[in-house]
Design a protein around this ligand. Structure first.
Ligand SMILES: NC(=O)C1=CN([C@@H]2O[C@H](COP(=O)(O)OP(=O)(O)OC[C@H]3O[C@@H](n4cnc5c(N)ncnc54)[C@H](O)[C@@H]3O)[C@@H](O)[C@H]2O)[C@@H](O)CC1
Ligand SMILES: [K+]
Length: 504
């Protein structure tokens, strides 16, 4: 698990280590990474041009000290001070001692910005509040040809939430200290961070409320049959999806469910003939189920379908049309439930579930806040879909999915996810495990499918690299689920991150 801690937790963990050389450790890791990047990019550190953007706090101090370390290795380092009278004295002295240039003229800074081989963003770290100040804002949009490394986090990104309230720098890589921060894992912040490299500095913060599962966590979660298994013990998932108007949603939800580790799939919707023609494994008779998936493409049948599902004392996943109907009924519709409910909205559906108080764009800009708000209001686990899918529990615990790819933003992809998560529920996983596990496999399947079932172009948290990838259909995502499952289970026994580079 990657644990992502709040600023308050980082400060407390830091205070517990008072007197230890935390900044030295941070700077050593940062300078080593910068040197490696310069060697990869230019063959050597010597002679490369480095620009340090230094704000007024310790984040600027880290960047100035790292600049000094690179200058000692022969880089031509200059620094631009954004709050000249409050720049970190030690860092400034260290850089000056190596012969580094220092300017307070933002025009000179911007000119250097466009020319540098490497830029260190040390404007603000965990002390940053609100958007960038006017002096720093031009760097968020200025042209550059070099790599930008964010120190601890990209300036302008809210460390605790991933919200980006104004201008923010966009990094090629973020070197973060001591622990991950939620803002590095959750969009839009995650999109500004690029891949994140953690430099351990000895902090021992508590278990974090926000976590991002990795391959090994998934391998431990996924159900596997044993000698005693039969199809009923493995779980039967009931699918109430699809309608005469939207038969495709039924096919895709069933395809997802068939790959989700349940023993059987029971389909109770209108386009039954088509479903069984495409998926002969499916049961069409009514009978016991261990979970329900209700809503994808269920159209005019939705009110009845939701009635059936919510009345059952088994876990229920509500998606798509089911969510629109639930929004109409409000949180009270779940009040009498004895078994867990899992809601899987995208930002637009989430806005509806919140009673139209906010727009879809507002939800997408503050994913953590609204996923938690929905979970608390409905007393349900909420999987908020999007560029970084967030799963929230009513008590505020959150799991962020690191495997997503923009290629999954394609029609029917959500139907596959709903079926998959429903099957994991039927197999006995609690919703706060089933939902992130489904999102993880679904994202990985998307990446594998986009890469033609070869190792995906990028396995690094927070990045979408489309090198060697092609657009995919929802059917291809479903078809790639077994490969994703194998990739995860192959990570057991020391073979972590088999082909995708995901793992901690
Ligand atoms: N907490 C820790 O354990 C460690 C922290 N370190 C570094 O220290 C940083 C935190 O340092 P500070 O607490 O001094 O805080 P920062 O350096 O993040 O920023 C604080 C300063 O920035 C100004 N500021 C706030 N919001 C701004 C904005 N939006 N635009 C421009 N300026 C803004 C404030 O006036 C304040 O003076 C971390 O991010 C990390 O880089 C590391 O050196 C290692 C250990
Ligand atoms: K920064």
């Amino acid at each position: 698990m990657r644990h992502a801690h709040t600023v308050e937790e980082v400060r407390a963990a830091e205070a517990a280590l008072a007197g230890q050389p935390l900044m030295d450790r941070a700077v050593a890791g940062l300078a080593a990474t910068c040197a490696r990047l310069l060697r990869e990019r230019r063959g050597r550190v010597y002679g490369s041009r480095v620009l340090v953007l230094a704000g007024s706090g310790d984040n600027g101090g880290d960047a100035l000290f790292a600049g000094a370390a690179l200058a000692r290795r022969g880089a031509a380092v200059s620094a631009v001070l954004l709050s000249p009278e409050r720049a970190h004295p030690g860092g400034l002295a260290a850089l000056r001692a190596t012969g580094g240039q220092v300017t307070v003229d933002q025009n000179v800074g911007l000119a250097d910005f466009s020319r540098a081989d490497l830029i260190l963003d040390g404007i603000v770290g965990i002390g940053g509040r609100g958007g960038l100040r006017p002096a720093a804002a031009p760097y968020a949009s200025a042209a550059r040809r070099g790599l930008l490394v964010a120190v601890d986090l990209p300036s302008g990104v809210d460390a605790d939430t991933g919200e980006v309230p104004g201008a923010a720098l966009r990094a090629d890589l973020t070197v973060t200290f001591g622990t991950y921060k939620p803002g590095l894992l959750i969009d839009p912040g995650a999109g500004h961070a690029g891949p994140v490299q953690l430099v351990p500095i000895g902090l021992r913060p508590p278990t974090a409320a926000v976590q991002a599962p990795q391959h090994a966590d998934l391998a431990a979660l996924l159900p596997r049959p044993d000698r005693e298994s039969d199809k009923y013990r493995r779980g039967v998932v009931g699918v109430l999806a699809g309608s005469e108007r939207y038969p495709g949603a039924a096919l895709l939800a069933v395809a997802g469910a068939l790959h989700g580790g349940a023993g059987a799939v029971r389909y109770l919707g209108r386009p039954a003939e088509e479903v069984v023609r495409r998926h002969p494994e499916v049961l069409l008779t009514s009978g016991r189920v261990q979970s329900w998936v209700v809503g994808p493409g269920s159209g005019e049948d939705t009110p009845d379908a939701l009635e059936i599902a919510l009345a059952a004392e088994v876990p229920v996943l509500v998606d798509a049309d089911g969510l629109t109907e639930l929004a109409r009924r409000g949180p009270g519709a779940l009040a009498g439930r004895t078994a867990p409910t899992l809601l899987t909205p995208h930002a637009g559906e989430a806005a509806r579930l919140l009673g139209g108080e906010v727009t879809a764009d507002q939800v997408a800009a503050a994913r953590l806040r609204y996923a938690r708000e929905l979970a608390a209001r409905y007393g349900a686990v909420v999987l908020l879909k999007g560029s970084s899918t967030v799963v929230a529990r009513p008590d505020g615990a959150v799991r962020v999915n690191p495997t997503g790819t923009g290629w999954l933003a394609t029609a029917g992809s959500g139907d596959v996810l709903a079926g998959l998560a429903g099957a994991l529920l039927a197999a006995g996983l609690p919703p706060f495990d089933a939902a992130p596990a489904a999102a993880y496999l679904h994202g990985l399947a998307g990446r594998l499918a986009a890469a033609g079932n070869r190792a995906p172009g990028s396995g690094v948290i927070g990045t979408v690299s489309d090198r060697g990838e092609a657009p995919i259909t929802a059917q291809e995502v479903a078809a790639a689920l077994p490969a994703a499952w194998r990739d995860v289970t192959a990570s057991q026994g020391g073979h972590q991150q088999a082909s995708t580079g995901l793992g901690d």
